[in-house]
Design a protein around this ligand. Structure first.
Ligand code: NAP
Length: 523
C-alpha cells in the first residue's frame, strides 16, 4: 500500500489499519499514580469496556505500561485508548515529541488499540518519523487517532479537521470549547458532514457543550467521552458514563429521537432532565431532554430552529423574555405574562403554555374543591402570578399578601382578587396558605415568610422545594396542619409539560419517585 503524506511519498508496504468496533461511550481515566489508574480502570469496567487512559497524568507515563499487558490479558474484550498529551498542547506530559511517540508506541505494543496523538505533534514530526510510528502502530493492530483541541473557543472547525485529515488517521477528533449553545451546532454539523468519509469524534467542552456530548453519536460520531464518576472528569463539561447511558440513553438515540431542553441560567442542578428522561423511558417515547445553559435568548431560538428542538421547559429569566417569539399561547398564559413551556409546531412556530398553573392547581384539587375556597398567596412574583390567576380561574377566593404591598395590590387588581396587608394574616383564616416567596429556599436569608403565630390556615402549600422539608412545612406539621410540598408542584408542572409534548398521560408516580429520591440525596 502506498501512502502519500504532506510532502513525502513512502513506498514501503505498511500493515493495513486495524478494523475496530468500538462502543459509543469511552470512559476517560486519569490518576496521579499507576496503582490508582489501574484501580480506576478496573472499576470503570462495570460501566464500559472502552476506556481512555490519560498516561500524561502520571509522573512517569511509561511506568503503567507493564500493567496494561496484564490488564488486557485478563479483559480480552476491553479496548484502550492511550493518550500522552504534551503540556504545550494542553496535557501534562513534559517530555519531547520523540518521548511522546515512544510512550504511545509502547502503549500500542502493550495492547492499546487506539493511540491519540495531538495534531500539533503530528505536524511537528518529520514525515518519515510519523510514517514509521504509524507503521509500527498498525503492525501491533493499533489505530491512530489524531486530535485537535481548542481550550478557549469554537473557531473554524473545518480547518481543524482538514489539518488532521492531511495525515489520514483512522480517527479524526476535534474538540473545542463551547462559549454558547450555538457552538454545539458547529460541532454537530462537522460530525454530520465528515462522518461519512471518516471516523469522527467531535465534542464541545464546557457546560454549554453538553448537547454535543449527548447528540454527537446520533449525528454520526464514532463515540463520545465520559467520566467514570463525578469529580474525576478529564475535561471541562464531561459527564459520567452512567448519566450518558442511563439518563440520556446516548447509545439508543437515533434520527427519529425528538430533542427537548430545559433552558435557563444556572441550569446544571435542574431536576427536569432526570424527571423527563425517566418519563420518556417509562412511556417508551423516543425523546431526550437536555439542560441548556442559555446566556442569550437568541442562542436558544437558534437551537430550536436548527437542532431542531421539539419543545423547551423555560425557567427564569426567560419565562417573560420568550413571549414576543410565540406564534400563540393559551389565554391564561397571556394573562399571567409568563410562559414556562414551549412546543414547536409542525409549522416550525413556537407555541407557549404555562404549566406552573397545573403544578399548583392539581395537587390542591386532589385535596379540596377550589371553588369558593379561601386561599392566601404569599408573594407577588412569577410563581405567585401563576397561583393567583390559576386559582381565580377556578373560582377560589384569593388573597394576595406580599412584602412590597403595592405589588400585591397591583397583582390583585389585575387578577380581580383581594390584596391583604401582612398584619391582617393572623386574623384571616384561610383554607390554604401558599408560600410563593423565596423564603425558606436553600441559601435564602429568611427562613419563614411569616411569624410563627401568624399561621392561620387549614392547609399549607410551600412552592419552595429545595430543601424538601422547608421551615414553613416543618412549622405547619408541628401544628398538625396538613402540608403540600413544592416538589408536588414541580412534578405536576412537569407532568403537564409531558402531556403537551407527547399527547400521552404522564407517569406521575415514576416522576415523583425519582425527583424525591434526588432531593433526599441533596439533603
Ligand atoms: P420572584 O419572581 O423573584 O418572586 C419572589 C417573591 O418573594 C416576591 O414576591 C418577593 O417579594 C418575595 N420575597 C423575597 N424575599 C422575601 C423575604 N425575605 N420576605 C418576604 N418576601 C420575600 O420568584 P418566583 O419565580 O415567583 O419564585 C418564588 C419561589 O417559588 C421560589 O422560591 C421558587 O423556588 C418557587 N418556585 C417553585 C416552583 C416549583 O415547581 N415548585 C416553580 C417556580 C417557583 P418582593 O416583591 O417584596 O420583592
Amino acid at each position: 500500500m502506498t501512502r502519500t503524506t504532506q510532502s513525502t511519498t513512502i513506498s514501503a508496504p505498511i500493515p493495513a489499519p486495524p478494523r475496530l468496533r468500538v462502543g459509543k461511550l469511552c470512559v476517560a481515566i486519569q490518576a496521579a499514580s499507576v496503582a490508582e489508574m489501574m484501580e480506576r480502570a478496573e472499576a470503570a469496567l462495570k460501566d464500559s469496556r472502552f476506556l481512555e487512559l490519560r498516561l500524561d497524568a502520571l509522573p512517569k507515563p511509561a511506568a503503567v505500561l507493564p500493567r496494561l499487558k496484564d490488564f488486557l490479558a485478563e479483559h480480552h474484550d476491553v479496548i484502550l485508548i492511550a493518550t500522552c498529551r504534551r503540556k504545550e498542547h494542553g496535557g501534562n506530559f513534559v517530555g519531547s515529541l520523540s518521548a511522546e511517540l515512544e510512550v504511545l508506541q509502547k502503549a500500542s505494543e502493550s495492547g492499546c488499540k487506539i493511540v491519540d496523538l495531538e495534531v500539533e505533534s503530528a505536524e511537528e514530526a518529520k514525515p518519515a518519523q510519523l510514517e514509521q510510528f504509524r507503521t509500527r502502530l498498525h503492525a501491533a493492530g493499533t489505530a491512530l487517532l489524531i486530535s485537535f483541541h481548542d481550550f478557549v473557543r469554537t473557531g473554524d472547525l473545518n480547518q481543524a479537521a482538514a489539518r488532521i485529515e492531511a495525515f489520514q488517521p483512522e480517527f479524526v477528533k476535534v474538540v473545542s470549547t463551547a462559549r454558547s449553545l450555538v457552538d454545539n451546532l458547529a460541532i454537530l454539523r462537522l460530525i454530520e458532514d465528515r462522518s461519512l468519509s471518516a471516523h469522527v469524534v467531535g465534542i464541545a467542552m464546557g457546560e454549554e457543550g453538553l448537547v454535543s456530548r449527548v447528540l454527537g453519536p446520533r449525528a454520526g460520531a464514532a463515540f463520545t467521552f465520559a467520566s467514570s464518576d463525578d469529580g474525576v472528569e478529564t475535561a471541562p463539561g464531561q459527564v459520567t458514563v452512567r448519566t450518558l447511558r442511563d439518563m440520556y440513553r446516548v447509545e439508543h438515540l437515533d434520527h427519529a429521537t425528538r430533542v427537548f431542553g430545559v433552558a435557563g441560567n444556572p441550569i446544571a442542578h435542574s431536576l427536569s432532565p432526570l424527571m423527563h428522561n425517566t418519563a420518556f423511558r417509562r412511556e417508551a417515547v423516543n425523546a431526550v431532554l437536555l439542560p441548556l445553559k442559555v446566556r442569550l435568548l437568541a442562542d436558544l431560538l437558534a437551537l430550536v430552529r436548527e437542532l431542531p428542538l421539539a419543545g423547551v421547559a423555560v425557567t427564569m429569566p426567560l419565562k417573560q423574555e420568550v413571549l414576543p417569539y410565540l406564534a400563540n399561547m393559551d389565554p391564561l398564559t397571556g394573562r399571567i405574562g409568563a410562559c414556562n413551556t414551549l412546543r414547536t409546531g409542525a409549522d416550525g412556530k413556537l407555541y407557549g403554555f404555562n404549566t406552573d398553573v397545573a403544578g399548583i392547581l392539581r395537587p390542591l384539587e386532589k385535596r379540596l374543591s377550589l371553588k369558593g375556597a379561601r386561599i392566601a398567596v404569599l408573594g407577588a412574583g412569577g410563581a405567585a402570578r401563576a397561583a393567583v390567576f390559576g386559582l381565580a380561574d377556578r373560582g377560589a377566593e384569593v388573597f394576595v399578601v406580599n412584602r412590597t404591598h403595592e405589588k400585591a395590590v397591583a397583582l390583585a387588581k389585575e387578577a380581580k382578587v383581594k390584596a391583604l396587608k401582612h398584619e391582617q394574616l393572623p386574623k384571616t383564616h384561610v383554607d390554604v396558605l401558599i408560600n410563593s416567596t423565596s423564603c425558606g429556599m436553600r441559601g435564602s436569608k429568611q427562613a419563614l415568610p411569616l411569624e410563627e403565630n401568624e399561621l392561620n390556615a387549614g392547609l399549607v402549600f410551600d412552592l419552595v422545594y429545595n430543601p424538601l422539608e422547608t421551615p414553613l412545612l416543618k412549622l405547619a406539621a408541628k401544628r398538625g396542619i396538613p402540608v403540600v410540598s413544592g416538589m408536588e408542584m414541580f412534578v405536576h408542572q412537569g407532568a403537564r409539560q409531558f402531556e403537551i409534548w407527547t399527547g400521552k398521560p404522564a407517569p406521575e408516580a415514576d416522576m415523583l419517585r425519582v425527583v424525591e429520591l434526588a432531593l433526599r440525596k441533596r439533603g
